[in-house]
Structures are given as C-alpha cells and as structure tokens.
Design a protein around this ligand. Structure first.
Ligand code: HEC
Length: 113
C-alpha cells in the first residue's frame, strides 16, 4: 500500500516535469509558425510590425493593429476576417486551419503592444 502511493507520487512528479517543457515548446512552436506565416502572407500589407506602413498597406488603407478601433475588435472578429477576408483583404480559409488562425490572432495581438 505504502509503496503504491509512493510510486503514484513519483509518477505525478515525473509527469509534471515532462509536461511543462512540452507545453512551453508547443507554445513557442505555434508562435514561430504564426510569425513565419505572417511574414509570408500578411506582412506585405500589414507590415512586419503590424502598422500597415507598406506601399501595399497604404494603397489598400490597411490600418495598424494598434489602432484603437482595431484593438476594440474581438478575437472572433479577427478570426472571421482572416478566414473570409474583408474589403481589399483576401480570405485564408483555404490555406490556414482554424487552429492556425487562432494562433495568428494571438500573434497579431502581440504585435499591437
Ligand atoms: C492585400 C493586402 C492584405 C493582406 C495580404 C492581408 N491583409 Fe489583413 N487587412 C487588409 C485590409 C485592407 C484590412 C482592412 C479591411 C477593411 O476593414 O475593409 C485588413 C484587415 C485585417 C484584420 C482586421 C483588423 C482591421 O484592420 O480591420 C485582421 C485581423 C487582418 N487583416 C489580418 C491579416 C492576416 C493574419 C493576414 C495574413 C494571413 C492578412 N491580414 C493579410 C489587407 C491585407
């Protein structure tokens, strides 16, 4: 009985030690992926820093992600716009999975800071 509960504790401790780096790694991986996708698909209009300060951004009137009006929009609004597009912006539902869009929304929020 005693040994059993001991090994249970050791198991739990091991699981915690193993899980934390895995979770951290998964998060960083998602951010790296979003950053690469952003650079490839979005930065031409939105700019590397998200301010929309590029020739294509100016001609399509792309706003900064830090614009108060844009900051007010919800994550769902953002995800919907990335999926379906809006105005001069194309939609990305064909090339981005819902999970990738969710990670991208978080990445864009980080650019707005
Ligand atoms: C051809 C230029 C262009 C590209 C490429 C582009 N966007 Fe946009 N994006 C726009 C424009 C223009 C708007 C504003 C649309 C409107 O309100 O009419 C916009 C709006 C947005 C919004 C809503 C915030 C706002 O300003 O209203 C998000 C979020 C967004 N884009 C994310 C992305 C992401 C993520 C990508 C890449 C996967 C991307 N965009 C690629 C031009 C672009």
């Amino acid at each position: 009985m005693k040994t059993k509960s001991m090994s249970k504790i050791i198991c739990l401790a091991l699981a915690t030690i193993v899980d934390v780096p895995v979770l951290l790694f998964a998060r960083t991986g998602a951010d790296d992926k979003s950053a690469a996708t952003y650079k490839a698909k979005c930065a031409s209009c939105h700019g590397a820093d998200g301010k929309g300060d590029t020739p294509a951004g100016k001609s399509t009137k792309t706003r900064s992600f830090a614009d108060p009006e844009v900051v007010k929009a919800s994550d769902d609004d953002f995800a919907g716009i990335i999926e379906k597009g809006k105005g001069k912006m194309p939609g990305y539902s064909k090339s981005m999975k819902p999970d990738a869009i969710k990670d991208m929304v978080a990445y864009i929020r980080s650019l707005a800071k």
